[in-house]
Design a binder for this molecule. Structure first.
Ligand code: HEC
Length: 138
């Protein structure tokens, strides 16, 4: 499934959760928590599972670029990208990594898109609900 369609699908799920009274856990105003350790692990997992198509510097080869303001994911929500990556990637073996590995890869992607690591880790509950964009809005 294309990411744009997938994001719309995810947004509908989040909306359904809100309407049913289970509001998403909010990542405080546009910030996304992750630790430097997660990003470091993510770099290794990315190198082994994603770099062959998305490039060692995330600028894209056969797969699209995952960094920069013009990348297809810069303005996508964290939840949309996490759900897409964890269910559709690696393209050759979708869903084959652990949740912790997917979280670490997303932490790495966030760091490469200019977001800053902090003391709190990126958790599954944040990754599956936060609507903050991958690229921090100025
Ligand atoms: C065999 C090649 C291949 C591998 C390995 C691979 N991808 Fe992809 N990836 C693609 C292709 C091709 C697309 C575009 C799919 C589409 O548009 O339907 C894509 C799309 C994406 C997107 C959406 C980008 C956009 O702008 O829409 C993300 C995010 C992504 N991949 C992350 C990853 C991550 C993280 C991994 C490692 C866990 C990974 N990919 C492994 C080929 C690959």
């Amino acid at each position: 499934m294309k990411l744009a369609a997938f994001v719309i699908f995810s947004a509908v799920l989040v909306l359904a959760a809100m309407l049913s009274g289970r509001g998403p856990a909010t990542a405080a105003a546009g910030t996304i928590p992750f630790t430097a350790a997660q990003a470091t692990t993510g770099a290794k997992v990315y190198a082994q599972n994603c770099a062959s198509c998305h490039g060692a510097t995330l600028k894209g080869i056969t797969g699209p670029a995952l960094v920069g303001t013009t990348s297809g994911i810069a303005q996508q929500s964290l939840v949309g990208v996490y759900e897409y990556v964890s269910q559709q990637m690696p393209m050759t073996a979708p869903g084959s990594l652990t949740k912790a590995q997917y979280l670490s890869i997303v932490a790495y992607i966030l760091q490469k898109n200019g977001r800053k690591a902090g003391s709190r880790p990126l958790t599954l509950s944040v990754a599956t609900t936060a609507t903050a964009t991958i690229e921090a809005k100025p």
